[in-house]
Design a protein around this ligand. Structure first.
Ligand SMILES: [Zn+2]
Ligand SMILES: [Zn+2]
Length: 115
């Protein structure tokens, strides 16, 4: 899947909403997105082993700031103080839980369980 550049990135308390195109809007529940963090503190780089204990992530976690990283990713600072997480558009497209992505199979829908 080729990663596209979002047209719009919108921050809510409970979710991050990314508009890829008028036909494709992804809604990422905050806590699920926090758990998807791939930074060195959350995921062991060599093995891909998760270092982040989901129990330590508050249920009411929310994104505090979202900043753009180049043309390929966003960086999210979370209300639990974690701000090293970089989410590439490629990853975000991959974990989109919307109906059309889930219907396409593959690894899409990783976030759908929270719905
Ligand atoms: Zn992290
Ligand atoms: Zn989607």
């Amino acid at each position: 899947m080729t990663a596209s550049i979002p047209q719009r990135i919108h921050r809510e308390d409970r979710a991050v909403v990314i508009t890829w195109s008028p036909e494709h809007v992804s809604r990422y529940p905050s806590r699920e997105l926090r758990l998807q963090c791939r930074c060195a503190a959350c995921l062991e780089e060599m093995t891909g082993r998760p270092l982040l204990d989901p129990a330590t992530v508050p249920h009411d976690i929310r994104p505090v700031t979202i900043s753009l990283v180049g043309r390929y990713a966003i960086r999210i600072a979370w209300s639990d103080g974690h701000d090293t997480g970089i989410y590439t558009y490629e990853l975000l497209a991959e974990i989109c839980g919307c109906v059309s992505c889930r219907g396409a199979g593959g690894r899409g829908g990783a976030l759908a369980s929270d719905a």
